[in-house]
Design a protein around this ligand. Structure first.
Ligand SMILES: [Zn+2]
Length: 274
């Protein structure tokens, strides 16, 4: 199934995401980079921990697909994502997920984990970036910034008036990037929002897959104190305090046994209450 055969409404946010990329080209380029990275390294897929990485990823993807079937979003289940995960023998403290569902875990990150629950959070976070179209949105903004004009800028306010606030904000953000010639707006606030979104959805997915997420904030403290916050391919990150605050809020919400099926799991970027 191609992107155009799916509903443009993301099942996790309940919103249409800003998107102007040609998906065939975009995914082909992403997969090329992914396989270049995989082929450069020794893989630990056949080791015990490598199998654990693969099994946990499978469990989370199964939980995602079960959830999507329950909310009748078969268009997101059937053949769009091409999930694949490898554990790379490297001291790099990192993990990332390329669009389309291609995941890399670098073994250096494992030293901070005490349980498979910690690992499930990292994989849930990475899978969430793909499910939330984060890279595609960033790529779309990158493309837009070279084509925007004053008329578009004014038009962005009309989008706000018509209730499409998200698009208005995105259009203005793109124009600001074009005007300043900087990556600031692209990498700063959006990078931060995207990390908080992936943290929250990642925790929910890990929970839905049956993992115990209570220890995740503690894992993050260990990880960040060791200078580990170089997590995945986004160059800019929210502060560890903010992330831990959102993690704790999410864990408290989940403890209330919410009805996950009646409304989107991530209707807005998590707010930081401090
Ligand atoms: Zn991330």
């Amino acid at each position: 199934m191609s992107k155009d055969d799916r509903s443009p409404v993301n099942p996790f946010t309940g919103k249409k995401h800003y998107d102007n990329v040609n998906d065939d080209e975009f995914l082909a380029e992403c997969y090329k980079v992914y396989y270049e990275e995989i082929n450069k390294h020794e893989l630990l897929d056949q080791t015990e921990i490598g199998q654990q990485v693969i099994n946990i990823s499978k469990n989370i993807v199964m939980a995602v697909e079960e959830f999507l079937k329950k909310i009748n979003r078969y268009d997101y289940v059937e053949g769009y994502y091409d999930w694949e995960v490898h554990l790379i023998n490297s001291n790099i403290v990192n993990a990332c997920c390329y669009p389309g569902g291609k995941i890399v875990v670098y073994a250096g990150i494992l030293q901070y984990m005490k349980t498979e629950d910690d690992l499930s959070f990292v994989l849930g976070h990475e899978i969430s970036h793909a499910l939330l179209d984060h890279s595609r949105t960033q790529q779309s903004v990158n493309q837009t910034k070279s084509t925007v004009s004053t008329a578009t800028y004014l038009g962005s306010f009309a989008l706000d008036l018509f209730g499409l606030t998200q698009f208005g904000n995105m259009a203005r953000a793109a124009i600001n990037i074009a005007n300043t010639g900087s990556q600031f707006l692209l990498t700063q606030p959006w990078g931060r929002d995207h990390e908080l979104e992936a943290d929250k959805l990642g925790l929910i997915l890990s929970h839905l897959a049956g993992y115990d997420i209570k220890g995740v904030p503690e894992f993050w403290v260990r990880f960040s104190q060791a200078g580990g916050n170089q997590f995945d391919f986004f160059s800019t990150h929210p502060s560890d305090d903010k992330r831990i605050s959102v993690m704790n809020d999410t864990i408290n919400e989940i403890a209330q046994n919410p009805d996950f099926l009646s409304k989107p799991l991530l209707p807005e970027t998590p707010k930081v209450n401090k």
